[in-house]
Design a protein around this ligand. Sequence first.
Ligand code: NAD
Ligand code: MG
Length: 496
Amino acid sequence: MTSSESTLGPKAAEFVNRSHRLYTGGAFVPAADGRTFPTYDPSTGRRITDVPYAGPADVDAAVSAARSALDGAWGSLPALVRSRMLTRLAELIEENAAELAEIEALDGGKPVSVNEVMDVPAAIEHFRYYSGWPTKIEGETIPVHLPDTLCYTRKEPVGVCAQIIPFNYPLMMAAWKVAPALAAGCTVVLKPAEQTPLSALRLAELIEEAGFPPGTVNIVTGDAGTGRALVDHEGVAKIAFTGSTAVGREIAARAGTGLKRVTLELGGKNPNIVLADADVEAAVAGAFNGVYFNSGQSCIAASRLYVHRSLFEEVVGRLAEAADKARVGPALDRATQFGPLVSAEQYDRVRGYLLDGLEAGASLRAGEVPPASPQGGYYVRPALFTGATPGMRITREEIFGPVLVAAPFDEVDEVVEYSNDTPYGLAAGVWTRSLGLAHTLAARLQAGMVYLNSWASGDPGAPFGGVKASGIGREMGRTNLDAYLETKTVWTSLGS
Ligand code: NAD
Ligand code: MG
């Protein structure tokens, strides 16, 4: 047992030490060829346990089971019963919240205190929100021009959905994917990230306990190879993906070939603007949490900060001071504010960007380049660059670590130009006391979400997603439900 595991509660420890299985067709099974892979604890760098590696045969079994459930037990359930099962699942997650928060902390490195107040409650609320939808999915009667004709639409589930999620919010991302698909009447094959498979496997047990018919939700653990097999499977009607823009492009191309429906939540390099009349206290707190939350491993990380020149030194000084005081440590330690990065690979990647920024001539006002070999876990302190130019890689590329790039501006038009000078378009923020300027900028910024005097507010009912290279489609709310529905038009001649 690792030092992190020894601080787990008894339920989480029992789960972690159990042998792990894929969840397909309502059964917990090993991979067809018996293959497994390890998952690591980012707080120590040590192996936690092994989980099955789903190959093409396992993906095929999962998709077949999902198809059978759609054509059978799940597809024929009344909406009210689907709704009740989603509610039951929300309750089960709630009953097991403490255990899930620990599993998530162990496997992904996010502080247990953050999982308790944010990730796990968000997953619960997501299932609760979508549990209200099955009974409210209605078609329409169309007033067509033909005489003696009834024309109406039916909203039907799109089919079997392949859902592929990243490492940064494992349980919450699973909820964002599974809940709307089930509410729409679809069936699902979910693939968690290879770095963080454990909470999805625990979720599989809760799905089983909630009484969903076999095959309604299937969970396969694996890596890019498993993801590709899922994306290419001809039984899959829709793909929902969250992760990097590079993989998103590949998936969109493959989905295009198969003419599959696709929604993508991809990367961001999100601008956060502090205007001259901002409430500095609120702006500094928002900028700090906006970029460093989850150690920067967030698609909506506020990673580019533009501050009006009159406030630049004050804002940067206060941010650097807060960054220097940040408590970076093991995820299961309750004193920890920011956990480690998820893996050695991400550590090396973020370290590479820190070195690159310094070599390119930017200066670090807070943080440091971490050692070449991580000491224990994958810890990187919050870093703040100034003096970066618009063309530098640290200004342009998604770092996915606790690295802020701050720059001053003079004119509003200038900062709109800087903000939109990116291939991405996920989130943007504006801090100002001027209502008019706030809403003018909300319209001018190229982003799927704009936060005014706030950052990262969210609700299951509010659409979430990006424009440009940040993705296609929206999650949350009614918009995402529609992504899992097809419209069928039915024409009836009423003539004798
Ligand atoms: P990734 O896009 O490689 O992986 C995300 C998920 O997709 C994982 O489940 C992975 O197994 C799967 N996958 C990978 N390649 C695939 C393929 N070709 N076909 C189908 N599925 C595939 O992301 P990553 O390696 O976890 O992280 C790399 C970078 O991606 C990060 O540093 C960050 O910049 C970005 N990222 C963004 C988000 C986000 O929320 N926008 C989340 C995670 C990572
Ligand atoms: Mg892990």
